[in-house]
Design a protein around this ligand. Structure first.
Ligand SMILES: [Zn+2]
Length: 152
């Protein structure tokens, strides 16, 4: 069992190395953002991250948040999602259980699910096309049964 502290430590190491290799500054703000991201167990957008950090008295601008999220994406410490028309959502990715998403189009609620058959599809595609698949993007959209008819 990997505790959340060691996951954050590992994420910190990866981020630190990434900043070093790319000759980017290791600012306290960037590491504070990483910590905030790894303490969050749900999907979030920049605005909610900004609000929650502001409440904790961190002095980070939206520009710094956007910029840092791009860096975290570059070193694959976060996943970025477009669940609908609204702005991008993010979630931590290190040691995070492989999962995909269902989006309720009536409420915007995001449901996570894990189905091993998706890994099987990936393995089959790799064999057929002789490729190594690095990642995938899969979203299901729906409304509760019976609700579709009410709309008409
Ligand atoms: Zn998710």
């Amino acid at each position: 069992m990997v505790t959340s502290t060691t996951i954050l430590d590992r994420a910190h190491e990866i981020f630190d190395a990434h900043l070093g290799v790319n000759k980017l500054r290791r600012t306290p703000e960037r590491f504070a953002i990483l910590k905030e991201v790894y303490e969050c167990d749900d999907h979030f957008d920049i605005e909610s991250l900004y609000t929650s950090m502001k409440e904790k008295k961190y002095r980070v601008s939206r520009a710094t948040l956007y910029n840092t999220m791009e860096l975290l994406l570059d070193c694959e410490l976060v996943r970025k999602h477009r669940f609908g028309e609204q702005q991008a959502h993010y979630e931590k990715s290190l040691h995070h259980k492989q999962h995909d998403h269902i989006i309720r189009t009536d409420t915007g609620e995001v449901i996570e699910f894990c189905d091993p058959r998706i890994q099987n599809i990936k393995a089959t595609l790799e064999d057929i096309f002789d490729l190594e698949i690095s990642h995938h993007s899969l979203y299901f959209y729906g409304t509760p049964r019976g609700k579709q008819k009410e709309k008409v």
